[in-house]
Design a protein around this ligand. Structure first.
Ligand code: DC
Length: 225
């Protein structure tokens, strides 16, 4: 029996992380946060003193990551690399920039492919990331491409970082988001593009509840059919 996969693709700040997590909870499915795998690979490279351009070095690290996703004592996420929780370190702007740099290497993307596909176990998977519907799970039962304007994505990221007590400047955040969008959309390996059979949802003027409700209704219809 093939395992049903719901793929949620889209750029940073489109809300795909929140939507994917809540959808997985509602369906009782597993969750794959593929961005975390690229963030961990970038972080591991940094710990090992690799140059971000070192494709072979990062691919070797990606293939052998000793990685566990768990829940921290305070109920938040724990991401254990070699037994050490690095969740807060990889969820920074710097962590995102390192991830984006190593994600442009085809050998790194290949090295992470099997690890991502291994998340598809019964009863099903919600997969969050830029190339879930196009490359990693082309047979997904439902493919969503979630977008929001760059200004709205910068605003959401600003509020998230502020809530964590981090001081950031919205102008530079906006610039970083646009730069990362450009790099992710223009790289030759798995560029950020919607799958031809993806349903596009623009969340600029929608709250998370409305997006989750819309995606859940689509998922239930596909899973029933
Ligand atoms: O979703 P995120 O912000 O955690 O992703 C961090 C970086 O990883 C992002 O700049 C692009 C890259 N990424 C990718 O190339 N493919 C994925 N499936 C997920 C993330």
């Amino acid at each position: 029996m093939s395992i049903p996969v719901v793929a949620i693709d889209g750029p940073s700040g489109s809300g795909k992380g929140t939507v994917a997590r809540r959808l997985a909870e509602a369906l009782g499915f597993h969750l794959l946060d593929s961005g975390a795998l690229y963030r961990v690979t970038g972080h591991a490279g940094w710990l090992n003193g690799l140059d971000p351009r070192d494709e072979a070095g990062h691919a070797a690290l990606a293939a052998g990551l000793d990685l566990v996703f768990a829940v921290a004592a305070d109920g938040g996420e724990a991401i254990l690399l070699n037994g050490v929780d690095i969740a807060s370190e990889i969820r920074t702007e710097q962590g995102g920039a390192r991830a984006s740099a190593v994600a442009s290497h085809p050998a790194v993307r290949r090295a992470l492919m099997d690890r991502q596909r291994a998340f598809a176990t019964a009863p099903g998977l919600v997969a969050d990331g830029r190339d879930m519907g196009t490359v990693v799970f082309p047979d997904a039962v439902l493919k969503i491409f979630l977008t929001a304007s760059a200004a709205e994505r910068a605003r959401r990221r600003f509020l998230q970082l502020q809530a964590k007590g981090l001081s950031v400047d919205i102008e530079s955040l906006s610039r970083e988001i646009e730069e990362r969008d450009w790099r992710d959309a223009n790289r030759s390996a798995s560029p950020l593009v919607p799958a031809v059979d993806a349903i596009q949802i623009d969340s600029t003027a929608m709250g998370p509840d409305a997006v989750v409700a819309a995606v859940l209704a689509l998922a239930l219809a596909r899973l029933a059919g």
